[in-house]
Ligand binder design. Structure first.
Ligand code: G4P
Length: 533
């Protein structure tokens, strides 16, 4: 195996998803600690809070002290080179969060053991499932009171429609938490809390150890024996192939905060996942081990420096090796280019790099030539990777310029920002260009839009909330454009078009989506649109 192939072989690129507060940051931090990428706990969180003061990211980020971007972190662990893609939550949840998942080969889903499946987990899971990528579940906070483990698994299976395979099984929870039983080795990893919730030590004990009653208590020992019997009899068989195709999720129980179960999780995860996966393209599947370089743009971050109106394009390297001084071919632009200032992110630091391999994520300076989904490949090749879908926004506003004289700047700004993929713009039939309907995945994007139009284009916006929450791209059976008068629509449904002429319906409720679908059987509804821009 050549040097670049062994570099690719040892790479693992995954996204970490959760509902806010389930413990995603804490778990990420523990991974980084193992890999020696950070020296102390709190470094990731600390950066999240203080980064605004030290970086030159957009003003709005400084004002609010939050991050509008998703970050990527690379670290080394036992010979593996691991890229973690963080998916932002809370107010900074946006379409970027979804797009980040397009760059990953697998996902780690963190669930709060007291809460189970929550709204944001559901949304992110849907996007992972769309690509059939492997999903690993970490049920966190077992050192606190938790819901019944069987009930949690049942909920995962029912709500998300994926089968689960518990790799380990918890013994008690909260004050009674004694550790986990590892089903593969049939050993108990015993948890000892070290001074409150901050750290734990783990010791391994055989299931048949005569001292087990003394260690975990007679009651929990009996309960464990019953549960093991139930699990072995009723749960799905372990099938690595199904894990790798995303139809079976290995489940792990633990506690990120006390560092219990994190390292075994990481080790199982690294064994079960594969090196960077092949990707679909117009030339068929492109294997990560191909010696020719290829990559696609999955995210564009605008305005890192306001004075220059510059942008950074984030690339997922899909095959071969990227070398900073070599030319690459930008397929959509039809030009050979040299990527300028290639950089990688380590925790929140950025560093200029000379090379990167399939599986890696790099940021490059974008003078305004890239769009989301663009392909870059070695000169001589011209294939394109599958486009990145657009995701259904959930918040809509009617937007126009306060000053009618600024119509041109208004449209230019709206189109530019839509092209970066931060917002989606639509128009209602028979309305002029003075007004657009803006759809976003997270409401913070409205603030970003308002701020950027004012500061970059000198346009003050008038925005009015619209009572829609659901959007579906529609196509008619005969492939012809749909006419409003031919549809049966309720009063809380609106027909609009995106700027590529695709037709969509906006709805006030899920109920209205179902009602409309039932009454218009000739329409196909889709939650994901075509390519961005
Ligand atoms: P997020 O990134 O998914 O939003 O979650 P984050 O890691 O920030 O964790 C949310 C809260 O849950 C934090 O508490 C964190 O310490 C706590 N937490 C995470 N994992 C565990 C766990 O295994 N057990 C327990 N008991 N708590 C856990 P916080 O009070 O909001 O922040 P902090 O003051 O602890 O930093």
């Amino acid at each position: 195996m050549s040097n670049y192939q062994s570099e690719i072989e040892r790479r693992r690129t995954f996204a970490i998803i959760s509902h806010p507060d389930a413990g995603k940051t804490t778990l990420t931090e523990k991974f980084l600690l193992y890999g020696g990428a950070i020296a102390q706990a709190g470094a990731v969180k600390g950066k999240k809070n203080t980064r605004a003061a030290t970086s030159d990211w957009m003003e709005i980020e400084k004002q609010r002290g939050i991050s509008v971007t998703s970050s990527v972190m690379q670290f080394q662990y036992e010979g593996f080179c691991i890229n973690i893609l963080d998916t932002p939550g809370h107010q900074d949840f946006s379409e970027d969060t979804y797009r980040t998942l397009m760059a990953a080969d697998s996902a780690v889903m963190v669930i709060d053991a007291a809460k189970g499946v929550e709204a944001q987990t559901r949304k992110l899971f849907k996007v992972c499932a769309m690509r059939d990528i492997p999903i690993f579940t970490f049920i966190n906070k077992m050192d606190r009171e938790a819901r019944d483990s069987f009930e949690l698994l049942e909920e995962l299976e029912k709500e998300l429609g994926i089968e689960t395979y518990p790799v380990n099984w918890p013994i008690g929870c909260g004050k009674d938490f004694q550790g986990v039983y590892d089903r593969g080795s049939r050993k108990i990893i015993h948890f000892t809390s070290n001074g409150g919730a901050r750290a734990a030590t783990a010791t391994e004990v055989e299931l048949g150890d005569p001292n087990l009653d003394g260690l975990i208590g007679e009651r929990l020992h009996r309960q464990l024996a019953d549960e093991i019997e139930l699990l072995d009899g009723a749960a799905a068989e372990f099938d690595l192939d199904r894990v790798r195709h995303g139809s079976l999720s290995p489940v792990f129980f633990g506690s990120a905060l006390t560092n219990f179960g994190v390292e075994p999780f990481l080790e199982h995860f690294l064994q079960m996942t594969t090196a960077p996966l092949p990707r679909h393209s117009t030339d068929g599947m492109i294997d990560s081990m191909d010696d020719a370089f290829s990559a696609f743009v999955f995210k564009i971050q605008a305005n890192m420096n306001k004075a220059h109106r510059d942008r950074i394009a984030f690339l997922r390297v899909c095959s071969g090796r990227f070398e900073a001084d070599k030319e690459v071919y930008h397929v959509q632009g039809g030009k050979k280019i040299k990527l300028s200032r290639p950089q990688q992110l380590m925790a929140a630091e950025r560093e200029i790099i000379e090379e990167a391999y399939a599986g890696d994520i790099i940021g490059v300076f974008d003078p305004g030539i890239f769009s989301i989904g663009d392909t870059l490949c070695a000169p001589g090749k011209k294939f394109q990777f599958d486009p990145i879908p657009t995701f259904a926004p959930e918040h809509f506003r009617r937007v126009r310029s306060l000053d009618t004289m600024k119509r041109k700047q208004f449209l230019k700004g709206m189109e530019q920002i839509a092209q970066e993929g931060a917002i989606q713009i639509f128009k209602a039939p028979y309305t002029g260009m003075e007004e657009v309907i803006v759809g976003v995945v997270g409401t913070l994007q409205f603030d970003v839009l308002e701020y950027r139009l004012k500061s970059e284009y000198g346009v003050d916006l008038y925005m009015e909330g619209l009572p829609y929450e659901y959007l579906r791209w529609i196509t008619a059976d005969d492939g012809e454009p749909v006419k409003e008068e031919d549809l049966i629509l309720g009063t809380d449904v609106k027909l609009v078009e995106d700027y590529k002429g695709n037709q969509l319906l906006l709805f006030g409720s899920q109920w209205a989506v179902n009602w409309t679908q039932e009454r218009n059987p000739s329409l196909t509804f889709s939650e994901f649109g075509g390519a961005v821009s």
